[in-house]
Design a protein around this ligand. Structure first.
Ligand SMILES: O=C(O)c1cc(=O)[nH]c(=O)n1[C@@H]1O[C@H](COP(=O)(O)O)[C@@H](O)[C@H]1O
Length: 283
């Protein structure tokens, strides 16, 4: 008998979350003490929690997923773990997808503990995973049914070119990373997704052509300069989450920060929705 209470596969939940939000918007939760409004910055880890909860409250109507970046919580020390757990609870209660961005990747038995922390303890629907230790380092994140391992395939930063774009046996290394993740997921219960930066839309288009059904997590719009239009055109209608962190979180540093974040999220969501319609028309 199927368990009717079990959550649906990640791809199904992604499709539903995007339909409910009206756009494939992922809001990154990167509470940076140097950027928080002063009254939150003074509050340490508790200030970061209060700030993130104000952001999730004000943006959730148009948001399909939230992506806490673990670095911004871990930097608070032991209190940071509690802060992260509180923010994760709030996201789960909101019904939005929870993507945990820790960029993990290690030998198998260590990887399994990372996966237990992110999926079982914190309740993440997905986690970001670094693939450069190979298949056995990605596999622990694919052993959990209904979860998605977003593998760092083609990242948004300038240094992506240092290794990921190198020609390896007639094909750039990032395409090997994508195939490795997709192949590993075939024999395991979890799903593989790819992190693909918005800053290089041609690479996104190439990956989408080869992997039409794979969910993409796309950071790099807004503060890093990637274009929403180019991203959605290159994506050709595939499953996608487009992340913005600083462009939403720090839209204002004043007392109106939550309203400013809501306005920024609404603007980005509506430009994502418009671009998706335009690119569907041009196919
Ligand atoms: O895995 C990620 O989320 C990620 C991958 C990547 O290639 N580039 C990238 O910027 N990120 C993360 O996405 C977020 C981008 O933040 P903003 O540039 O402020 O929108 C940060 O949390 C980064 O760590």
């Amino acid at each position: 008998m199927p368990d009717l209470n079990a959550p649906a596969p990640f791809s199904v939940r992604l499709r539903d979350a995007v339909a409910e939000a009206g756009a494939p918007l992922c809001v990154g939760l990167d509470p940076d003490p140097d950027r928080l409004p002063p009254r939150f910055a003074r509050g340490g880890a508790a200030g970061a929690v209060a700030f993130c909860l104000a952001i999730t409250d004000s943006t959730q109507a148009v948001t399909a997923a939230y992506k806490p970046n673990l670095a911004f919580f871990e930097a608070y020390g032991p209190d940071g773990w509690d802060a992260l757990a509180t923010v994760c609870d709030a996201v789960r209660r909101s019904g939005r997808l929870l993507v945990l961005d820790g960029k993990r990747g290690d030998i198998g038995n260590t990887g399994r503990r990372y996966a237990a922390a992110l999926y079982d303890r914190l309740g993440g629907d997905a986690a970001t995973v670094a693939p450069y230790m190979g298949t056995d380092s990605v596999a622990p994140f694919l052993e959990h049914a209904r979860r998605c391992a977003f593998v760092l395939v083609s990242t948004s930063n300038p240094g992506a070119a240092d290794l990921q774009h190198l020609d390896v046996g007639g094909m750039p290394l990032y395409r090997h990373a994508a195939r490795l993740a997709a192949d590993a997921a075939r024999d395991l219960p979890g799903e593989a997704g790819f992190v693909v930066g918005a800053t290089r839309p041609q690479l996104l288009a190439d990956l989408r052509e080869e992997h039409p059904e794979v969910p993409f997590l796309v950071p790099g719009v807004g503060a890093q300069g990637g274009s929403v239009n180019d991203t959605l055109r290159a994506n050709a209608g595939g499953p996608i989450l487009v992340n913005s962190s600083r462009g939403i979180l720090y839209a204002s540093s004043g007392d109106d920060f939550a309203e400013a974040a809501r306005d920024a999220a609404e603007r980005l969501a509506s430009s994502l929705a418009d671009s998706a319609i335009r690119s569907a028309g041009s196919i």
